[in-house]
Design a protein. Structure first.
Length: 201
């Protein structure tokens, strides 16, 4: 990989990180760029996920300073999603590459529309409290989102933000939670990718 490709990756990830921290969907920019540069899909996902560790931490820290979300809630869902993220990374490494490319292409188009048409959601500013009777379906959904995040990860923060918005939070609260959770998932999936040598340095 020449210096021009490296420069493009750096600039695109900076842009993706800024957009992702604000409204989510940064992966809609970074992952297609990596694929365009000829990087195989599993390696592109691995590189993108490794970069997410730093990008998501930066965004989540800003929301946490403003007390936009509950750290207790973030840790509860984060642990579940993190387990799923490790499993998802393993799936990416074992799935057929051509099939993975097709899945990514369809998801990129679908998630682009979600990102563009989410403006009317999350305008309320209700305080989110976990109810024990809801955990039986909330945690399995979080686990599945964790698998998706580790396997592909495009617009995971947006999906997780919607997930919490549907429970009554504002979009800023949901995004804060989502960024923190994605930070934890990025660590677990990156460890799997690192173990199998899928992250190019």
């Amino acid at each position: 990989m020449d210096y021009r490709a490296i420069l493009i990756i750096i600039l695109v990830n900076l842009l993706a990180g800024f957009i992702g921290a604000q409204v989510g969907g940064g992966g809609l920019i970074s992952l297609p760029t990596l694929l365009f540069l000829g990087i195989p899909a599993p390696n592109a996902i691995a590189i993108s996920k490794f970069a997410d560790i730093f990008l998501n931490f930066s965004g989540a820290f800003q929301y946490l300073k403003k007390k936009e979300f509950s750290l207790k809630t973030a840790l509860l869902f984060g642990i579940i999603c993190t387990i799923g993220g490790g499993i998802g990374a393993g799936i990416t490494l074992n799935i057929d590459k051509s099939l993975l490319n097709q899945i990514i292409s369809v998801l990129l188009i679908f998630l682009l529309f979600i990102t563009l048409f989410k403006k009317e959601m999350g305008l309320s500013d209700q305080v989110y409290h976990i109810r024990k009777k809801h955990l039986f379906y909330l945690l399995p959904i979080a686990f599945l989102l964790g698998i998706y995040s580790g396997a592909i990860g495009v617009a995971t923060c947006t999906l997780l933000a919607f997930y919490f918005v549907f429970q009554g939070q504002s979009f800023s609260q949901g995004m804060g939670l989502a960024l923190f959770i994605c930070f934890l998932v990025a660590i677990s999936s990156s460890l799997v990718f690192l173990y199998y040598g899928s992250i190019w340095f």
